[in-house]
Design a binder for this molecule. Structure first.
Ligand code: TMP
Length: 206
């Protein structure tokens, strides 16, 4: 596949959407064809699944069911959005991917990581990002401003500490394919660091 696949990961409120927007703005300025997307939710099916997953009114969802619904979103997303864009040579900028399953369902819900990874890799045809940017924020210092947190945001501090730990562990295992940045650094500074890594990938890919 000829495009470049860039994923942003991190805890809730880490600033991913801002960085996705800034990177997309730079790609547009450079005239680089790109596609901004996210999981869960960026397909018709995914939109419905996102609603079911995050709406507090869904009530308790069994952790295995939750993992499978996230996997279904990924399967549809990879087939409908990510693979076609990469095949067209575009830079795909994706807000969350497989690592979110490992962090939230694995470390957060305490499910077996190897089993979850198997399911998520099957769902995504084992398509791996060229670069994963982890925006790291201590959940104990995160500012909680939302009056109505969604199902995952409401999961508690211990859950979110485990999520953070797993993102950092995944990044440590494969430094070539990860960039870990302190999410509280000034956003323009973060964006500049991300741009440099993406520029290298795009040039190498040309
Ligand atoms: P978002 O609000 O950053 O778009 O993410 C939605 C929520 O879904 C967020 O709390 C993280 C969670 N999530 C998982 O638990 N597993 C996954 O595989 C993905 C993609 C997201």
């Amino acid at each position: 596949m000829s495009g470049v696949f860039v994923v942003f990961e991190g805890g809730d409120g880490a600033g991913k959407s801002t960085q996705v927007r800034l990177l997309a703005g730079w790609l547009a300025e450079q005239g680089i064809a790109h596609r901004v997307t996210r999981e869960p939710g960026d397909t018709w099916l995914g939109g419905h699944l996102r609603h079911l997953l995050l709406d507090p009114a869904s009530g308790p969802i069994s952790p295995r069911a939750e993992a499978l619904v996230y996997a279904a979103d990924k399967a549809q997303h990879v087939d409908e959005v990510v693979v076609p864009a990469l095949s067209a040579g575009e830079v795909v900028v994706c807000d969350r991917y497989v690592d979110s399953t490992l962090a939230y369902q694995g470390a957060g819900r305490r499910m077996d990581l190897a089993e979850l990874e198997h399911i998520a890799r099957w769902a995504t045809r084992d398509l791996r990002p060229d670069l994963t940017v982890v925006l790291d924020v201590d959940p104990d210092l995160a500012v909680h401003t939302k009056a109505e947190p969604d199902r995952l945001e409401a999961a508690g501090q211990e859950f979110h500490r485990n999520v953070r730990r797993l993102f950092l562990e995944l990044a440590e295992r494969d430094p070539e394919r990860y960039l870990v940045l302190p999410g509280r650094d000034p956003r323009e500074q973060l964006a500049a660091t991300v741009r440099e890594r993406v520029r290298e990938l795009v040039e190498r890919n040309a």
